[in-house]
Design a protein around this ligand. Structure first.
Ligand SMILES: Nc1ncnc2c1ncn2[C@@H]1O[C@H](COP(=O)(O)OP(=O)(O)OP(=O)(O)O)[C@@H](O)[C@H]1O
Ligand SMILES: [Zn+2]
Ligand SMILES: [Zn+2]
Length: 802
């Protein structure tokens, strides 16, 4: 007897293990591990993943698999293993960990149809009767008629038919009508027989006599200025055949990508790429940290390493942050590897995503460029994995399963014995520390491509501006530089860093921000109670009326929107063309790209935007970058705020002077002496690293300690506190002595959607049983989670402290 172990689609702790099912005879030769099945589960029918096929089971009364959904596995052996690994490492359900690896369409509600791909005559008799002149039958009908499974499988294997999933009754594959001549000889005869009056018909026949290849009907009609009914009459005469064929929904279909050739590498680039190629030649796994200043040619190294993989018949995954997955970036990969590239990002429709995924599954492409989830591309012969801008927060999924793409990349790199490259001008402290220790192999590009020095950065002290009577958002030096650029017809990028606004309090006279005495982070302003609170240790004070340092009453919390800045910018520079880029102006599909194209075509002088403009852009005419409020992120309640500030300033400065024209940067700040602002303006990565490492050591933060953030939420305030207290107590009892457990504390956003949120933070060096223990603790609350609306989430190595 053959038995399948199945992970069922019921996300619950009690059900989070495998269930065994008997494989019915009709599936016994065809069912494989990694396929989806429908199984009875209690009174319901649910979907499940077959993770193992075996011959023995402890289970006495076995139920039977109802239906098999796939004809080829949707998850490879590697991805099945990875699913278990993710579930264990993130404390998430196995089903959630498996589903996160697949495109949405495979998770959603589906209907199944069988489509005819060939002539009906080629089918077996049973299927001929089934189709009876139609091109599609539903699986409901197939069931009703009791058509043997093997007949259908054979037809699919022979390429005569295929299964299509329909989501909410929408076709998931796009079809187009094609036209082609039935037979060359007949066509010639037909040409003779057609009277000269029937001009259009004759033209079509004439066209096919010269071009016998199939052509899209739409194209044919426009080419010959004719109509569908004219074509139809030729179809009735048996001269031309029309048929439907699937086309991929290609979001880049109307674009021409200019082919690029590998550039001769500079000495620095050649030195950096050599060890990468060596590990590939030896079929070894190694993690490289490619630390290269902005504009140093990291992308060319990626491209040539990928080429090396392709030359070996292998495949490549490139991750780029969602935000910088701009057409410009896509172009660089499509330009080099053409149709060998699939692109995956959240801007695609569910259908487009599915199509890109299938190109990978069918081995029709060998390179994937995509955002975080592209790390799960079902390649089976990976030769290299690249993570560009490895410091980006978006590589961590902030919902279950809370995985980091870097960890997944390393898992897959080990599995495939291939290198992983982490690239950045501003690597995370964690990665750089690992590189220094030799865990990662450090590669350095210290020079810009154009051999220019990095753009000069001027820091403007906004307190001085205020004292000089300038109450506008734009300092005098920045205004002057903008004016110069406008006159010279050069372009300007202005960054308004909005994150962290309105939560921190700053004295506009002396620049003081109010810090927690125990945690070295800024206190957060709580408007309702008029209090300042620390979100790590519960310290709090009433909102002061005057600055505790200088006594000024200009102490207030911040709040400015991009729209307001745009208005005031336009007032100051009425002649300037401004493009604003923020969540509001880029909500519509394609608008991000449109705005960037307008800017590239110099239809505007100033690009004003939030974080989303800081990365990846490469415009030759940009000679000035302005940062309107460098401090805003410094005071968010996150121990990484200095690091994030340093990264952002470095990245945005890197947008200026990338080509022939030299660049300049103006940074406005209320705390110009803060080390992250000072060191970023001097491009001093190493000194920043050293300084920040000292701080992390002192306050017991990563990379010296690991973190786990436990968040408890419930509509009842007292209950949330109570559960958190109990969890903290259990953690104290279970953990080892170098582990610190901080809390309970209210989460920075204490109430979301009427749920009260409390948290505790675990700082640990070595806590081998933490995953197990944490799981046990949550298990104790299983009933409350199921019936009382309690939520407990655990985020290991969190990147978001909220
Ligand atoms: N070997 C080379 N010879 C000539 N030009 C090169 C070479 N390598 C890269 N370039 C060019 O130098 C410019 C900067 O390179 P690239 O954009 O790859 O830098 P980067 O390190 O990825 O920068 P960022 O971190 O800012 O995105 C690009 O226009 C690129 O085409
Ligand atoms: Zn003050
Ligand atoms: Zn504190």
């Amino acid at each position: 007897m053959k038995i399948a172990s199945v992970i069922v689609d019921v996300p619950s702790m009690a059900i989070d293990h495998v269930f065994d099912y008997r494989i019915p005879d009709r599936y016994k030769d065809s069912l494989e591990e990694g396929m989806r099945v429908i199984i009875p589960f209690g009174p319901r029918k649910v979907m499940g993943f077959v993770i193992e096929i075996k011959t023995n089971t402890e289970v006495k009364e076995l139920k039977e698999i109802d239906e098999v959904l796939d004809y080829t596995p949707v998850l490879t052996q590697e991805l099945l293993q990875l699913g278990t690994w993710i579930a264990n490492r993130t404390l998430s359900f196995q089903i959630t960990s498996l589903q996160v690896m697949l495109p949405q369409i495979l998770k959603a509600k589906y209907k199944k149809e069988l489509w005819l791909l060939a002539e009906e005559e080629e089918l077996s008799e049973t299927l001929q009767i089934l189709f009876a002149g139609r091109v599609m039958v539903t699986f409901e009908e197939i069931e009703e008629r009791n058509i043997p499974y093997i007949k259908i499988r054979t037809a699919i294997k022979d390429g005569l038919a295929e299964v299509r999933y329909v989501v909410k009754s929408k076709e998931t594959r796009k079809k187009m009508t094609w036209a082609e001549p039935v037979d060359a000889f007949q066509l010639e005869e037909g040409f003779m027989e057609t009277s000269n009056q029937a001009k259009k018909q004759k033209a079509i026949i004439g066209f096919f006599l010269e071009n016998p290849e199939p052509i899209l009907l739409k194209q044919l009609l426009t080419k010959l200025h004719t109509t569908r009914s004219t074509v139809q009459s030729l179809v009735s005469r048996g001269l031309i055949r029309l048929y439907e064929k699937e086309v991929y929904r290609d979001p880049y279909e109307n674009r021409n990508f200019e082919r690029t050739e590998p550039l001769p590498l500079t000495e620095e680039q050649a030195k950096a790429i050599k060890p990468i190629h060596q590990t590939m030649d030896h079929h070894e796994h190694e993690v490289f940290l490619l630390h290269g200043v902005t504009g140093s040619g990291k992308t060319e190294i990626y491209l040539q390493s990928i080429q090396n993989a392709l030359d070996k018949g292998q495949e490549a995954i490139v991750l780029v942050p969602e935000i910088s997955l701009t057409p410009q970036m896509v172009q660089r990969f499509k330009g080099r590897f053409g149709s060998d590239v699939a692109v995956m990002h959240s801007g695609l429709s569910a259908g487009e995503k599915f199509d890109e995924w299938r190109k990978v599954q069918r081995k029709e492409v060998r390179v994937v460029v995509g955002a975080r989830s592209a790390i799960f591309a079902p390649f089976e012969n990976l030769g290299i994995i690249i993570i560009d801008e490895e410091h980006e927060n978006s590589y961590k999924q902030d919902d279950t399963p809370r995985y980091h793409a870097r960890d997944i990349a390393i898992f897959r790199g080990e599995y495939h014995h291939c290198p992983v490259i982490l690239g950045s001008a501003t690597p995370t402290l964690e990665s750089f520390a690992r590189a220094k220790k030799g865990v990662y192999h450090l590669l350095t590009l210290s020079k810009r491509m154009n051999n220019q020095s990095m753009p000069e950065v001027e820091i403007v002290d906004m307190r001085d501006e205020l004292h000089q009577g300038n109450r506008s958002m734009f300092s005098f030096p920045l205004q002057e530089r903008i004016r110069e650029r406008l006159e010279r017809k050069e372009q300007i990028v202005l960054l308004l860093n909005r994150r962290g606004y309105s939560t921190f309090v700053i004295c506009r006279d002396c620049g003081t921000t109010i810090q927690c005495p125990h945690c070295d982070i800024s206190l957060t302003y709580h408007r309702k109670q008029e209090r300042l609170k620390c979100h790590y240790c519960s310290y709090e004070i009433p909102m002061p009326q005057v600055c505790p340092e200088c006594g000024s009453d200009s102490i207030r919390y911040f709040g400015t929107g991009t729209q307001k800045v745009e208005e005031s910018l336009q007032q100051t520079f009425p002649e300037a063309g401004i493009i604003r880029m923020d969540v509001d102006t880029t909500r519509r599909k394609g608008s991000h790209e449109k705005l960037l194209n307008q800017f590239r075509e110099r239809k505007a002088d100033i690009l004003l935007g939030t974080q989303m403009i800081a990365k990846g852009l490469d415009f030759s005419n940009v000679t000035l970058v302005g940062v309107l409020a460098a401090d805003s992120m410094l005071h968010i309640p996150d121990f990484r705020s200095a690091e994030k500030t340093f990264q952002l300033l470095t990245q945005v400065s890197g947008r200026a002077g990338r080509h022939e024209l030299p660049g300049e940067v103006v940074v406005q700040s209320y705390t110009p002496d803060h080390y992250s602002i000072e060191l970023a303006s001097q491009y001093q990565f190493e000194p920043f690293f050293q300084y920040e490492m000292k701080m992390r050591k002192r306050f017991k933060y990563p990379p010296y300690y690991f973190l786990a953030l436990v968040t408890i939420s419930h509509p009842n305030h007292a209950y949330a506190v109570q559960v958190t207290q109990k969890i903290v107590k259990s953690l104290h009892e279970m953990s080892m002595n170098r582990t610190q457990i901080m809390g309970p504390t209210p989460s920075p956003i204490t109430r979301i959607k009427n749920r009260y949120r409390y948290q505790c933070m675990i700082k640990y060096k070595n806590e081998p049983n933490l995953y197990e223990n944490m799981k046990k603790i949550i298990q104790q609350y299983e009933k409350e989670i199921q019936t009382k609306d309690l939520q407990i989430s655990v985020d290991f190595q969190p990147t978001q402290m909220m």
